[in-house]
Design a protein around this ligand. Structure first.
Ligand code: MLT
Length: 265
């Protein structure tokens, strides 16, 4: 079964039957990044992929904080009567997932953080966000995403997957510069969610790429001891995009995690 609806604040796609899994994409992405994974899981789960405010087809929804993005996603899930769900976020989608966990941890059956982490931006990272905002103001967002997207991948992937990279650049260039700037501000000003990760009592999956330039492994590994029930996968030769760089392995990691959570119940 496939249902797409545009009568809600955010654009989303819902497919399959079973326990719901909500997938949240990262910065300058949209819900299409989950397509292959969603196809793989839809025979066993109800898969809901959402375009975060300002991204994909949710372009008319404005959010200036990670918390506001989380509230929009929560409102959509309420409207869809989703009940309890697995929540999996890629990078910025992980920040939004943690903001949701801060308020709705009772609804979350399992939390997945792909190339993400719970810590606030360092002073250096905040400065880099400000530089990115100035760059976009001066040069436009298309030049920005042309530099950003290839940097998400490990070097071996870049060499042999120019088609995928061009496709992601094209999609990212359709996002408005205002939405990109809003998201940079939202990420810059987000609080630490380390306590949320310590408190949450559902299992937490953490996927880390050893070659990640965006969320460096030195930083993301600091979260490994925080969850009460944590499950980590550290992937050598992978950058920030395991979904594309090692798709088969990522599908298995996510499915194993979901099955593990269900067995614990
Ligand atoms: C993302 O990929 O969602 C962001 O780049 C993460 C970040 O910049 O912190």
């Amino acid at each position: 079964m496939t249902v797409s609806a545009s009568n809600s604040t955010l654009s989303y796609h819902k497919v399959g039957k079973g326990k719901p899994i909500v997938f949240l994409h990262g910065f300058c992405e949209d819900r299409h990044i989950w397509e292959e994974l969603s196809e793989y899981l839809q025979t066993e789960f109800k898969v809901i992929t959402i375009d975060l405010p300002g991204f994909g087809k949710s372009t008319d929804v404005i959010s200036q904080s990670i918390d506001e993005m989380a509230d929009h996603v929560h409102a959509l899930l309420e409207k869809l009567n989703v009940g309890k769900y697995f929540l999996i976020g890629h990078s910025m989608g992980g920040y939004v997932s943690l903001a949701m966990a801060a308020k709705q941890s009772h609804s979350i059956l399992g939390l997945g953080l792909l190339h993400s982490h719970p810590f606030a931006d360092s002073a250096e990272k905040k400065t880099n966000r400000n530089k990115a905002i100035e760059f976009i103001e001066r040069n436009g967002h298309i030049h920005y995403v042309k530099q950003l997207i290839p940097n998400l991948f490990g070097p071996a992937f870049i060499r042999s997957n120019s088609y995928i990279i061009s496709k992601l650049i094209l999609r990212a260039s359709r996002i408005s510069s205002t939405s990109i700037t809003n998201a940079l501000v939202a990420m810059r000003d987000r609080p630490s969610y380390a306590e949320v990760l310590e408190r949450i009592d559902c299992p937490v999956l953490m996927v880390i790429g050893e070659l990640d330039n965006i969320v460096p492994p030195e930083l993301s590994k600091k979260q490994l001891t925080l969850p009460q029930v944590g499950y980590a996968e550290i992937l050598p030769e992978v950058g920030h995009m395991a979904l594309f760089e090692v798709p088969r392995q990522t599908r298995q990691i996510v499915r194993n995690f979901l099955k593990y959570c269900l067995e614990l119940k």
